[in-house]
Design a binder for this molecule. Sequence first.
Ligand code: FUL
Length: 488
Amino acid sequence: MNIKRILSLLLVAFTTGNAFAQSSTLCDISSDINEPMPVFPVPTETQLRWHDMEFYAFMHFGINTFTGREWGYGDESINTFNPTAELNVEQWVTEIKNIGCKGIILTCKHHDGFCTWFTNTTNHSTKNNTTTYGHVDIPALLSEECAKQGLKFGAYISPWDRNHAEYARAGYVETFREQIREICTNYGEIFEMWFDGANGGDGYYGGARESRSIDAATYYDFPNTFKMIKELQPDCAIWGWDQDCHWIGNEEGWAGETSWSTYNKGANGNEYGDEDGWRWLPGEADAKNGPGWFWTFSDSQLKSAQELFNIYMMSVGRNANLILNFPPNKTGSLSATTVTRMREFKALLDAAFGNDLAAGKSATASAERSSSVNNMYAASNVTDGDKETYWALEDGETSGTIDIDLGSSQTVTYVRLGEYIRKGQRVKGFEIYTWNGSDWTKQSTTEETTTIGHKRIVKLSSPVATQKVRVKITDSKVCPLISRISIY
Ligand code: FUL
């Protein structure tokens, strides 16, 4: 903030004696004296960037791909990892990017303890693999390809290690932390790290072949590890463990129709969030494209494109991020049928959301918050394509309408909404209306219309031909701030 700006804000605060202005001076760069106050809790900058990631891929690939087991015991020989051809990471990234994913999270180590990078922490890694195509540092290959194609890279490193002799003892905790340090240091920017909740039980453990249990809350010394991650990767979001986002609570890829980014619960998942949650901890929905996380199944078991589309609607469409798994097979590629499904899924997304009928169209509202600067809270902000601008009502006003004129009659099926979440999640209820030439008709939707948050997509029960669409905010914690309305 430059000196002129600080002086002008101080002047505003001084002349008005206004608490809002004083608060603006401290926490915001807007110079409007009527700027809406945040409703707490609010997201961090890391969480805001994470919300914008919206949709990314999971890739489970490792020893299990070759044994057909979902959870390796930890006694697999290093050369069990034996791709029949060179890893086709270019294909992985190309196809994943094509469906609109903004990043990929790779299982660098699963519960079997096999590291798919050239680690110095254990011999149990691809570094010591002597097969034709298995001596590969997969995070290196994948992170480079992601950077080349403009995707973000993330890492899954299982805390539970069924191979390591020292697991459940002090010695392993340092090894595990060192593994994380290697990943955070040698592979460029990491946008998200996943530390799975499956912990302890039977395993190989260096030959002991026994059951070992730990207290996950204390054993890993996560507070110090998370501190290290934030030092090495300041923008990295940490999944779970009450850090930057929470597990949605199921592995079927659905969030609640009512979905708050505010949260009270502990490490266990929750599809709905908590309306009065004391911290910002948004949901991430994980889902598979077939029955297993690893390629332990066959093409005939892959989910249909429509099933993938439904998952997208129930997660991204309900204020959650979606991490959708696409496992490569033993050849080191995504199977031809996997790719076909992905492209069919993309065609469904394009058919539904390829053309925003509201983009740049005129919007008028029942009321607009006053501002000292250029109609800062105008209705037109919802169709300007800028997520940093928003329509707002005055303090104390928790309901109102905003109408979009599409210019000519169009067939409307979906309405997409977004709140300006930098100042908290507010809306508790809304309704959709269409104009029939003389009256507004309330439309029924396929699901309840309560929360909005970062992104909400609702489908009309049946498509309607109309020139104008009205969004009515019926209830909100405090005055609503709407940054986006799209109509498809
Ligand atoms: C689970 C793991 O146990 C699965 O194998 C998989 O990695 C999934 C994403 O998380 O808890």
